[in-house]
Design a protein around this ligand. Sequence first.
Ligand SMILES: [Zn+2]
Length: 334
Amino acid sequence: MFLYIPGAPAWFVFPPCCLENPFVKIKIVGSAAGGGFPQWNCACRNCSGLRAGTLHAKPRSQTQIAFSPDNGIWFLIGASPDLRAQILSAPELAPKPDAPGHTPIGGVFLPSADVDAVMGLLHLREFQRFFVFATPAVQCALKTENRLFKVLGRGDSPVQWQVLSNNGRLGCHLSETPGESPTFVCNTIPLGGSFPDFVSEEFLRAASPEDATLGFLFEQDGKKLFIAGSLSGENSEWQKLAASADITLIDGTFWSNDELARTGRTHRTAREIGHLPLAGAGGLLAQFPANATGRKILIHINNTNPILDEDSPEHRAVLDAGFEIAYDGLDISL
Ligand SMILES: [Zn+2]
């Protein structure tokens, strides 16, 4: 079985896929925002309660989504700082003993250059070839602004960096021969937000702001999976995709705009750091399209968010609004 990406060399992938019966599997291997839950330096009500065993809540690792178009090859959405442990926790992502040198992980779609979305690439550095799909600016942030990621290029068959448009369609083909129709299509939209703090002024002058944070709509056999793990709310393009998707995985970082400021560690609001809060007049719960009929699942949940407390009124409110709350180990079929 080969993986064909337009403009890239064909690449043999293992294991053999089961395309006679194609279906999409989605695995939530991490569901928390940066820092995880509990966070090492946080003593908020949630983190303290979880440590003490007095909070009705599940611990969570940092957000990591994996999907498979055929239950054989897997693609990662972002590369979390917890990626090594997350891969070890998911048998589907393990290399098969009868195929030495191959991994089921075929590629990584990067939504941004945020540390939480890219640090896991360093866990994948063991001389392995795979695709990294990212906008030109995100690639520049990782390859030019920062030398650490050059470690991905040291294999005999190095990582293949593929350009993602911030508003386009990329067909990914899994087949024995080129020329067949794509197995799945990755559509991208800009979600607003900003580049991470580690980039230079020079970079910011040259980079397209629309390259900073992407939403992904994966389409296969008429089914649609929409992923917007970091939603600034600066534009409303995401609403059309959320309305049409069979499954939406969407930003559940903060309940309220001032939630992080109340920890005392920062004065910045949820909106200032690029996350539309769930509650309030302009919040996600109010803005989510009322005509959407698919499953809507909150992901990237910050440790301060009261929805993590399963006995809280906020937890009940999101369930009553028809949302699910992602947790580590959640398996979804599309
Ligand atoms: Zn906390």
